[in-house]
Design a protein around this ligand. Structure first.
Ligand code: CDP
Length: 225
């Protein structure tokens, strides 16, 4: 397959990473979870005892943070395996503050663009199609109702042994959606050329099949040119 980039954006817990990971495996592409990078940065601020609402103090840590994405969704922050920690509720809460800080976004976007230089990638997040990779060959905006998203995240957390309640998850999802779509710099919104996929009534396999169909159609069109 020719080298392409696929951007998958959408609100919190829409199942983007589950889909992106499976599609990447089936098509032999590299999966880049940008949310994990914002989460790892947040974890580091908390680890250092810095208040996540203090923009200047958090941004001051930029030069000392080194985030690496490894196979199987393993995330390293300055060499420490934070794969599990970054999914805990306090990180989910604080990441919304961190994700509004422009200097942190610029540093992480720089890293994301470098990661997409050499391979075919599927990158998921909030601003991939609109800001990080505006020339991505395929852009998907994946949505689902708040109730579906909260239920999916609840099931995911319970299966990973991460304690939570449906009520708290639903509140967190609504709160993060609001903050993500109202921030000034690179907010969550559908790119004009993105295909919107409402996955509320779809199974994981159905969404994976649909995304693969969209990617194959697009690559065939490009190869014909
Ligand atoms: O998986 P979930 O939808 O819960 O979130 P995530 O993709 O792990 O992202 C965690 C947080 O990082 C989100 O709530 C966003 O505030 C932020 N984020 C962002 O601002 N831009 C991105 N490209 C990816 C994530």
């Amino acid at each position: 397959m020719m080298k392409i980039a696929v951007a998958i954006d959408g609100p919190a817990a829409a199942g983007k990473s589950t889909i992106a990971k499976k599609v990447a495996e089936q098509l032999g592409m590299v999966y880049i979870d940008t949310g994990a990078m914002y989460r790892a940065f947040t974890w580091y601020c908390m680890y250092k005892g810095v208040n996540c609402e203090d923009e200047a103090a958090c941004c001051a840590l930029i030069p000392e943070v080194n985030i690496e994405l490894k196979p199987n969704r393993v995330v390293l922050c300055n060499g420490i395996d934070v794969t599990r920690e970054i999914r805990l509720a306090d990180v989910s809460f604080n990441v919304s503050f961190i994700a509004t800080y422009k200097d942190i976004r610029l540093a992480l976007v720089d890293l994301q663009r470098k990661m997409a230089e050499s391979d075919s990638v599927i990158m998921d997040g909030r601003d991939i199609g609109t800001y990080v990779l505006p020339n991505a060959e395929v852009k998907i905006y994946q949505i689902a109702s708040v109730e579906c998203r909260a239920k999916r995240r609840y099931d995911e957390n319970i299966s990973k042994g991460i304690p939570c309640t449906m009520k708290d998850i639903e509140e967190d999802v609504r709160r993060r959606d609001y903050i993500d779509s109202h921030r000034d710099f690179a907010p969550l919104k559908q790119a004009e050329d993105a295909i919107c996929l409402d996955t509320s009534d779809m199974t994981i396999d159905e969404v994976v099949a649909e995304v693969i169909r969209i990617i194959k159609d697009k690559t065939e069109q490009l190869e014909e040119k």
